[in-house]
Design a binder for this molecule. Structure first.
Ligand SMILES: [Ca+2]
Ligand SMILES: [Ca+2]
Ligand SMILES: [Ca+2]
Ligand SMILES: [Ca+2]
Length: 298
């Protein structure tokens, strides 16, 4: 049995490069490039990469339930017609990015579920217990974690957290020696344009405007409530677009998932959420908007 996975439930918040950098860490002096133009460039690069590379998909199909399989991506040799390209195996997801002129720019990312997993999937707001490897289209690995760690999905780059929510967790067994064995966990890869990664930000390992590839194993996850207001963070994505930063009921620039008084009426959400404690959010005027999002009721 695989004893790779040891520090379970030790919640670690580790600052690593799948995290988005904050605005003040931008080291680019030029204004960021136009999203639509950059997307076209990135998407061409991604399509070319997908058509010219393959991965070891058979290793995943033949793996036993507890086996940890490394993702191996390689170039299809010239003239080879038997290898199946990544392009012929990917699914596509579209994320809309709103630019500074309020225009919606659709961004595709591509992904492969190599191992289905057997449990539920996390939301983009949850904490995920994962291993991963990140590489550029050149093949260079810029970040890798082979020991599982907890990551807060809301802090990860958007393409990473969105893709994570497509994986299913596995099951696990506690061993008497304190180790954990994970079984049938979900595993896959995501191929994303730079706008869903670090975009204009750069580091030594990741140049600006780099499309990214991540291979991810999802062992398990847990629900979060970032602002401790009693509403799970996943429910604070009110418009259900799998993005937490554009839901701000009281327009105070603090998104709901971080706002302990969502409607800004001076009563904390936790104090007006469910006064009669019947498990249903209170809606005093029965207008369909619960009191904690209704500034008419506090
Ligand atoms: Ca949202
Ligand atoms: Ca707010
Ligand atoms: Ca809230
Ligand atoms: Ca209210």
């Amino acid at each position: 049995m695989n004893k790779l996975f040891q520090p379970f439930f030790a919640f670690l918040l580790v600052l690593i490069t799948v995290f988005s950098c904050s605005e003040d860490t931008l080291n680019s002096v030029e204004p960021p490039r136009d999203y639509a133009e950059q997307y076209d460039v990135d998407n061409d690069s991604l399509i070319h990469y997908l058509k010219t590379h393959y991965y070891n998909h058979q290793d995943f199909q033949s793996a036993s339930a507890d086996e940890f399989v490394d993702f191996v991506i390689d170039t299809i040799p010239e003239g080879n017609t038997s290898l199946i390209s990544l392009f012929d195996q990917v699914s596509t997801e579209t994320i809309t990015i709103i630019n500074s002129d309020d225009e919606a720019i659709e961004h595709n990312y591509y992904y492969i579920i190599a191992r289905e997993g057997e449990g539920e999937s996390p939301s983009v707001a949850d904490s995920v217990y994962i291993t991963y490897r990140g590489n550029l289209l050149s093949g260079d690995v810029f970040d890798q974690r082979t020991t599982p760690l907890w990551l807060d999905s809301s802090s990860n780059v958007r393409g990473f957290s969105d893709f994570s929510s497509k994986l299913k967790r596995g099951t696990y067994t506690d061993n008497t020696d304190g180790t954990i064995d994970f079984l049938n966990f979900g595993a896959g890869m995501v191929f994303m344009p730079s706008a869903l990664g670090y975009y204009s930000q750069s580091s030594n390992a990741v140049p600006s405007y780099s499309p990214l590839v991540f291979a991810v194993n999802l062992f398990t996850y847990k629900q979060t409530d970032h602002d401790n207001d009693g509403v799970p963070s996943s429910e604070e994505d009110l418009n259900a677009d799998r993005y937490l930063f554009n839901d701000d009921t009281d327009s105070d620039s603090i998104p709901n998932y971080m706002d302990s008084d969502d409607d800004g009426d001076g009563t904390l959400t936790k104090d007006e959420l469910d006064r009669d404690e019947n498990g249903v959010y209170d809606d005093t005027d029965e207008d369909g908007t619960p009191d904690y999002l209704d500034s008419n009721y506090s």
